[in-house]
Design a binder for this molecule. Sequence first.
Ligand code: HEM
Length: 543
Amino acid sequence: MSKTFKASEVAEHKTPDSLWIVVDEDVYDVTKFADNHPGGKKILQRVGGKDASKQFWKYHNEGILNKYKKDLHIGSLDTKKAVAPVAAPKAVEAPKPAPAKAAPAEKKEEKDNEPLELAGSLIPFGDPSWYQGYFSPYYNETHVALRNEVRAWVEEKIEPGLNDWDKAKAYPTWIYEEMGSRGYLAGLLGLGYPTEYTPYRVAAVPAEKWDLYHEFIVTDELCRTGSGGFIWNIIGGYAIGLPPVLKFGSPELRQKVLPDVVQGKKRICLAITEPDAGSDVANITCEAKKTPCGKFYIVNGEKKWITNGVWSDWFTVAVRTGGPGMGGVSVLVIPRGEGVTTRQMDCMGVHGSGTTYVTFEDVKVPVENLVGKENQGFKVIMMNFNHERMGIIIQCTRFARVCYEEAMKYANKRKTFGKKLIEHPVIRMKLAQMARQVEATHNWLENMIYQCAQMGEQEAALKLGGAIAGLKAQSTVTFEFCAREAVQIFGGLGYTQGGQGAKVERLYRDVRGYAIPGGSEEIMLDLSIRQSMKVHEVMGMKL
Ligand code: HEM
């Protein structure tokens, strides 16, 4: 149990050999920490024995307390009111418990649609509007419960270590394993909740109620960390490498690959891009030749910029099995083994993504590992694009929002020329330009998710390809704008790594990792018009 102290007791600990401070009525013993305090020890000694809340919040954000609390927190002031701890839901094995219910809103007059439980800082536009008491046709209590569950997990277990992991460009493997055991991985495939491959379930949502908005919420909440490297580390390979196997693999292949990957025990990636073929998939050269006995393919070739390749157990690979062009492409699932070599690449941002150069040299792959039909791999690849791009859009939109939210918080505490930054019209203009783009992108995104949910896979692939390409470009342009403006607002703190500007500095470096892969902005914008024109021609467009 936490101790309570009187302010007069704390006041006695103001010397270097016994130094306590108070932040928000919590008492911290910083005697040993003072020597290592990045801001200096004298600055701590000056507030020894006193309430240092004002000074603390001037120089730090919430992440610092989460990280250091367990070592430095010794109790609270007797004036502090007790707050009931909120227990984070635990991972469960099927059958799962009933979904956690959102606290019932005060009963007013009967309406079809009520705003849902509030969440987050309530900074205007700092979270999606349905978190802030506004109406939405898309969400219900299961979405609220999931949002609360993922947010609690991220804040408690991920945020405190994130800056250090990101700097080391390496994330602990328990995160991916927990993504499996908490049931999140199974829900990230764009195809409902595949219960046959995992005993794990998401605590907050019954599997049969899982929809595309739940998938959206998991990724969105993970992205509040403000780290593309973190997201790619845990789902960058998974969310694009596994859906083709689930959708087009034979039942035997699915049984071989899916259970371990969905449960977070093994890893998979998608290997399409080559040193010489990126967005022009039809020109890939990595070849798979059948052996005379017809039982194996022998694969030779190189793949580049493969997210998670360096630690993957399985590779979902585009190979050439036939003649030139898209009619000669197949997809094979290749296990790591003899002839497969992976080399980590150094990139500008998205550190921790495990971006990899892969070589296949005389790799023997059983023909049963073919995904779909021979020479019909182009369809498999195309059918994957919408899901991949929607993932990127979700990430970019939340990253843009994080840039806005961080900048907004900072603008409300930093003073220049006797005024808070927010009181300068030039800064408000920047924030307004950020918010309007984030909200526009988010609303288009929710609409696209609704369209995907209504249409079958095939129809969505054909009909939504153009709009999703346009939205991908919209999201990366928005993200880039917000990252730039946030760094400007943070000034020097947005230029140095770590500290209060850590998220925006990191996201500024991550932007290109979103604007280029998954279809560059240029290709996406061009495709959005070409593809939509084709669809609307069929629909009877009159020009
Ligand atoms: C629980 C107590 C505290 C902890 C754990 C702590 C921790 C840290 C850490 C980790 C940093 C590096 C920058 C960052 O990551 O944000 C930092 C910087 C700093 N801290 Fe503290 N701190 C504490 C209390 C204080 C207090 C009470 C003051 C002021 C009276 C203070 C003043 C500063 C300053 C001026 C910097 C440098 C900021 C910059 O680089 O812009 N700290 N602190």
